[in-house]
Unconditional design. Structure first.
Lengths: 548, 357
């Protein structure tokens, strides 16, 4: 057996906050050998990223570390700044979550790779450029020579992440630390990046420390898994052990809350609420255009879009980023004007509606936004945020309003005492509940849910979806559920619509779309979703590669 | 049903009453007021400022109107700003016109505490300096408040409207703002001062306020441009809010930090601008005084008769500090992220609760 590249033993990280040491990682023990992938999984705040940053002493100055971190046998805890600099980039390279912010926007990607190379090796500019082009070729960015001179904003999200990987691989590092490398990417792009990482590991025999919350990604790539919660190691074992025979109840719960494609029984509409009624939302040949601004030409975000939603029905709208999902959602509630076609909401034509006309449909519609941190006014206590629609619709005032707000808080399972809290005092999941409570304050006929779970942890997401489902069954509103996550849509929807580049690809009953997709794009989308089961994922991956 | 329940709760144990109090709905305004009242520095400053205003205004009385038909309410101080005392006070060291105020008790310097005939001393020609400083502070406070209010109002409204509506409203109003910025206030001031002479401090302050809102409006516009794109604005619109409500209820409280910091700086700077314009003969002209005028007049006597410099300077600093602390308190009260500092008592309580658990 070869020597481990990274050996961590009895490693602790604490942060000094308000005069108290808060532990962020407690007694960590793990090792990574060449050619091996260790995944650290856990929910947000579990200390997984902190651990990864701590390995090379990249923490803020209020942190203290103890124990031992050995990279190729050299101790890193308490090492001098010079030693650390020699090892950073050369032996241990990092890939960050958001490639747009991790790459410097004012330098070309070629320059940034060359910089890394020339910092660590005695290399001439020509040599370095040749090596950089070689690296760009290796990470499969098209036109390596031309891409060398491109700026980060000229590349797509997936290409940027590839450029980051090329930079990280510049010095043939023994260990690659990938901190949520695919979280910001679409599923199809994510599948490609994961393939690339697997290829590189096989070819270069480097070790990978993968930090992620996505069990599907873990199943796809990891050999060993370490489960973290609140800074503690709960379970450490091989992928097979963790997925098939989890010991710790938390791991079991975590795995149970991950939505899995095609495991939920079909939901059928009761006949009374079937298609006999008039549709709540009706889009006919809808076209939405972002007008030109200065030299940027007009952009058609949506064209020729047809969709109908009937009372009591949940329709999932899926597609990759930039496909126009959110645009549809915002238009359906009158936040964006449509430039062509016909849009009917709760029986009212709002294709060319003025602000005044729109006010009447506000009472019958609600929207839950993607980012709960941004959609709640930070200066308004949440009780007031929830009560605002009621207050503005002149339905309730004073004591009556207070009572309604309390009822709404009860219905989304939040304590009533939270009403005087500000949004920043709540967790992400709680904030999203507030978002739902506000959207449902007027008991709307139509609810638009725009990626409401994308900012949430899996276990929180599972509870949130349960809550939404319960409320829907109780209140019977129609819902357009926008998501990029097929598994989430699978849990909730009666019907699914698939979108690509502003056009509707396919729409049909949930099972028809997921099990018998007709269009090539839908098939590709479904096959790219990683499933949280290593064995199944391997079969799916091979099938996908064979189909290529 | 809930009402009944809450009434029952009130009559129950104290713990329940506390829980009930927590669920009592508070509006944004109520929470901001509570937080402001809890801000110790701001409350001390507010009380000091009110005390200072009362003291200053009652000391020298209120004098409005011009020389031909004055409207005067006399104050409790026995010298006015035009009364010359022919008997110059002389200190034991032999300095003429020295302050007679002695706040050190007898066990320190042996002379005991005293106010004397001219507590702040006398100026070159024997005018009572206490009367001058009181009158000056009065003028400066009026200037500061009027400039602050006018500039804050115009700047916020213009910035909010341009930032929120954009389009042609923005283009027109911002070009108008540029136009105002290009005109030096001093020049217009001296021209008006030359044409119309001394029109009094209120006119001066109003005029200055009309020219000093430009920076604030730019800042507010910038804040609004970024805040209007936030999702909570869309959420408010979906809830049925109209433009006025979105601007004043949702966006403005988020921009309050910028507005308050900018206005407090503006108000502190107003004293200086006022003395500059008064120097040019516009606004406050002798025999009337303002703190800025007193300081600029006696800046040369700092080494020989420093009290002529100290007393007006002390008042300027005290007023400016009070305004700044009040602004600080307001900003913290509006910003929910600002937490009260954890005191020893809180820590002890937390420890106790932990031990109990």
């Amino acid at each position: 057996m070869s020597e481990p590249i990274l050996k961590v033993s009895n490693y602790n990280i604490d942060f000094w906050v308000d005069g108290v040491w808060y532990p962020a990682a407690i007694d960590m023990n793990f090792e990574v050998k060449p050619g091996q992938v260790l995944a650290i999984v856990g929910e947000s705040g579990s200390g997984k990223s902190t651990t990864a940053m701590g390995l090379m002493s990249l923490l803020a100055s209020n942190a203290r570390t103890s124990g031992s971190v050995q990279v190729k046998g050299v101790e890193m805890v308490g090492a001098s700044a010079t030693t650390l600099r020699q090892y950073r980039g050369k032996e241990v390279a990092y890939i960050f979550q958001e490639p747009m912010t991790a790459l410097n926007p004012v330098y070309t990607i070629g320059f940034q790779i060359v910089e890394t190379l020339r910092t660590h090796f005695d290399m001439g500019p020509k040599e370095a450029k040749a090596r950089a082009v070689e690296l760009i070729t290796m990470v499969e960015i098209p036109n390596p020579e031309a891409s060398f001179d491109k700026y980060p904003h000229q590349l797509s999200g997936g290409q940027r992440q590839r450029a980051m990987i090329a930079q990280a691989l510049a010095c043939d590092p023994g260990l690659l630390v990938a901190d949520e490398p695919t979280t910001a990417l679409d599923v199809t792009v994510q599948a490609e990046i994961l393939d690339l990482m697997r290829n590189l590991r096989d070819r270069l025999n480097s070790a990978v420390l993968l930090i992620t919350h996505d069990m599907g990604v873990v199943a796809d790539l990891a050999d060993d898994i370490l489960v973290m919660k609140d800074g503690l190691t709960l379970e450490y074992g091989t992928a097979d052990q963790i997925f098939n025979r989890p010991n710790h109840p938390y791991t079991q719960a975590l795995l149970a809350s991950v939505p899995k494609l095609g495991t939920v029984a079909a939901r059928t509409l009761e006949p009374s609420e079937g298609k006999s009624a008039a549709p709540v939302l009706k889009l006919e040949n809808v076209e939405i255009e972002y007008p030109k601004r200065g030299r940027i030409p007009a952009f058609k975000a949506v064209q020729g879009f047809n969709l109908e939603i009937y009372p009591g029905e949940i329709v999932g709208l899926v597609g990759e980023s930039g496909s126009g999902k959110t645009t549809i959602g915002r238009a359906a509630i009158g936040l964006l004007p449509i430039s062509g076609g016909k849009l009917e909401v709760v029986g009212q034509d709002i294709s060319h509606a003025s602000q005044k006309d729109l006010r009447s449909i506000r009472r019958q519609t609600g929207i839950v936004f993607q980012d709960p941190a941004s959609s709640l006014n930070p200066r308004l206590p949440i009780g007031e945020s929830i009560g605002e629609p009621l207050f503005l619709a002149n339905i309730a005032k004073g004591d009556e309003l207070n009572r309604r707000v309390e009822d709404l808080l009860d219905s989304v399972e939040l304590p009533r005492s939270y009403r005087n809290r500000y949004p920043h005092e709540l967790s992400g999941g709680q904030r999203q509940r507030v978002g739902i409570a506000r959207a449902l304050a007027l008991t709307p006929d139509l609810l638009i849910a725009d990626e409401p779970t994308s900012a949430l942890d899996v276990s929180v997401q599972a509870r949130f979806l349960e809550l939404l489902q319960g409320l829907q069954e109780q209140l019977k509103f129609a819902c357009l559920f926008i998501s990029h996550d097929l598994a989430v849509v699978d849990i909730l929807s009666h019907r699914i619509a698939v979108m690509q580049n502003g056009r509707l690809v396919e729409v049909g009953n949930r099972d028809d779309i997921l099990k018998r997709p007709q269009e090539e794009y839908t098939k590709r989308l479904i096959s790219a979703v990683p499933v949280p089961d290593p064995e199944l994922q391997r079969i799916r991956r091979e099938a996908r590669l064979a189909a290529k | 049903m809930f009402k009944k329940k809450s009434k029952e709760l009130v009559s129950q144990t104290g713990e329940n009453a506390i829980a009930n109090k927590e669920t009592e709905g508070l509006s944004q305004g109520q929470i901001v007021r509570r937080r402001f009242v809890r801000h110790r520095a701001a409350m001390i400053s507010l009380v000091s400022l009110i005390f200072m205003v009362l003291f200053v205004f009652t000391a020298s009385g209120i004098h409005l109107g011009n020389e031909t038909n004055p409207i005067s309410f006399p104050g409790w101080w026995n010298w006015s700003i035009t009364d010359i005392d022919p008997n110059l006070t002389v200190s034991p060291e032999g300095i003429v016109g020295a302050p007679t105020l002695d706040i050190l008790p007898s066990f320190i310097d042996g002379t005991g505490m005293a106010i004397g005939a001219h507590p702040f001393g006398q100026d070159d020609i024997g005018l009572d300096y206490f009367a001058l400083v009181m009158r000056g502070a009065q003028q400066s406070i009026v200037v500061m408040l009027i400039i602050g209010l006018i500039a804050a109002f115009i700047g916020t409204v213009v910035g909010a409207v341009t930032g929120y509506f954009r389009g042609w409203v923005d283009a027109v109003l911002m070009r108008f703002t540029d136009f105002i910025i290009t005109i030096p206030a001093i020049i217009i001031g001296s021209v008006i001062g030359f044409q119309f002479g001394n029109l009094g401090v209120i006119f001066l302050a109003t005029y200055l306020g009309l020219f000093s809102w430009t920076g604030l409006s730019r800042l507010v516009r910038g804040e609004f441009l970024s805040l209007r794109e936030r999702e909570f604005v869309d959420a408010a619109r979906v809830a049925g809010a109209n433009n006025a409500r979105i601007v004043f209820k949702h966006i403005l409280p988020n921009a309050v930090g910028v507005i308050i910091v900018s206005v407090t700086l503006l108000m502190s700077g107003a004293i200086i601008t006022e003395s500059a314009l008064s120097y040019l003969g516009f606004g406050v002209v002798p025999p009337d005084v303002s703190l800025g005028l007193l300081i600029s007049k006696y800046q040369d006597s700092f080494t020989t008769r420093p009290w002529l410099f100290w007393y007006p300077g002390m008042f300027i600093i005290a007023i400016a500090l009070c305004i700044n602390f009040i602004g600080d308190g307001l900003r913290d009260a509006f910003d929910p992220r600002q937490k009260r500092r954890i005191t020893k008592k809180d820590r002890a309580e937390a420890k106790l609760a932990k031990a109990r658990a």
